[in-house]
Design a protein around this ligand. Structure first.
Ligand code: 1CP
Length: 353
């Protein structure tokens, strides 16, 4: 099935938007910007809505997820909404015992460590994705000509939580498994790819105009491991949505050495973290794809003059790429003053293209 005729990408709402034009390497009417984690704890209106409601519960209440997605778009004049959800939602909807513990992150009741654990993983039933489709439909009905970006976790980042059972720094569990038990690893990565692929497909079919695959922790891998044990599964997740024709973005942190391999899983746009100047990322990629990034989130709390110069440098560094969507080099820190984000958006829109 392809997109329905009344999808925002096909009915004239978002195809000409600055975000989609830049993602397609066309000249946008203004320089597009959005922020990873623009929804969430930096916004007082988010903290108020979330009072007394668990993170995963809030993702599964369609009216709440839609409202939280819309909050930063109304406030900041950003060029896209990012769907409010989490990379572990497809696990939860498949029936895996997972929760997001405040101050910690995703925690599994039983980590997935053996071939039997992997074989026992429940399949994600398409019908379980109904709350996601409903939330996306409510969101795009309000967004009008502003595109919604759907997302999913890449198999490595998801598997990192599944094997460790909780956030970890070095991701030793999954990195050991891919060498010690490659067949178990391949089966786990394929399971995660299929769950993420279905989650992303549900969002795009229901109205998202682009999709971003987050491989946040891929930077803990060397290039050989990435190419051999991870890239095929990431390509498999994206294979689930390619026929829909929505632009696809691939982002991870600490991935300066992986950018070419991350492009080669088959994406239209590469997200760059704050460590590598965009001009160097563009050189490594041979000028083949638009880039997204990469304001250092740490500078959001620096004096305005320092931040302004950094934003201008990022814009100048990205100007040689075939397209540039301004973003942060990772998510908005929760303690960020939201008025600073609004000011950054208006600065970016004011700089000549
Ligand atoms: O109660 C809260 O506010 C919990 C914080 C929170 C939020 C706001 C979590 C827990 N998830 C989310 C929403 C979320 N997660 C979004 C939508 C919001 C937006 O971007 O505006 C998205 C895109 C994600 C994706 C996500 N979840 C990633 C990839 C992006 C990234 O930041 O690298 C990852 C790694 C997760 C796992 C996760 N979920 C939550 C936390 C605190 C974490 C990270 C834990 C860790 O350090 O490993």
């Amino acid at each position: 099935m392809t997109l329905s005729a009344n999808h925002p990408l096909l009915d004239g709402r978002t195809a000409g938007s600055p975000l989609i034009a830049a993602y397609r390497g066309e000249k946008p009417s203004r320089r597009p910007v959005w922020f990873m984690r623009q929804a969430g704890r930096s916004l007082p209106e988010y903290r108020k809505l979330r009072e007394g409601i668990g993170m995963l519960d809030s993702c599964l209440k369609p009216d709440l997820a839609a409202e939280i997605t819309l909050q930063p778009v109304r406030r900041h004049d950003v060029d896209a909404g990012i769907f409010f959800s989490d990379i572990v939602i497809p696990l939860k909807l498949a029936g895996v015992d997972v929760d997001i513990v405040p101050g910690v992150g995703p925690v599994l009741g039983s980590p997935v460590r053996t071939a039997a654990d992997v074989a026992n993983l429940p399949e994600l039933d398409d019908a379980a994705l109904e709350p996601i489709r409903e939330a996306v439909a409510l969101t795009v009905a309000e967004l009008g000509s502003t595109p919604l970006i759907g997302f999913a976790g890449a198999p490595f980042t998801l598997a990192a939580y599944m094997v460790e059972g909780r956030p970890s720094r070095d991701h030793l569990g999954p990195r050991t498994m891919m060498h010690a038990e490659p067949e178990t690893w391949d089966a786990l990565a394929a399971w995660a790819a299929d769950a993420s692929g279905k989650f992303l497909r549900a969002q795009i079919e229901a109205g998202a105009s682009a999709g971003q695959l987050f491989d946040s922790w891929a930077g803990s891998l060397g290039l050989a491991d990435y190419e051999r044990h991870v890239a095929p599964a990431s390509a498999r997740a994206l294979d689930a949505v390619r026929d829909l024709g929505a632009p696809l973005v691939h982002f991870g942190t600490g991935t300066s050495e992986l950018l070419v391999a991350m492009r080669d899983v088959g994406v239209d746009v590469v997200g760059v973290d704050y460590r590598l100047p965009l001009a160097e990322a563009n050189r490594r990629l041979g000028g083949t794809v638009p880039l997204q990034g990469n304001i250092d989130p740490a500078l959001l709390s620096a004096p305005w003059e320092v931040l302004e110069q950094h934003v201008r440098d990022v814009v100048a560094s990205g100007s040689g790429a075939p397209g540039h969507v301004v973003n942060l080099g990772h998510g908005v820190p929760p303690e960020t003053d939201p008025e600073v984000l609004t000011r950054v958006v208006s600065l970016i829109h004011s700089i000549d293209q």
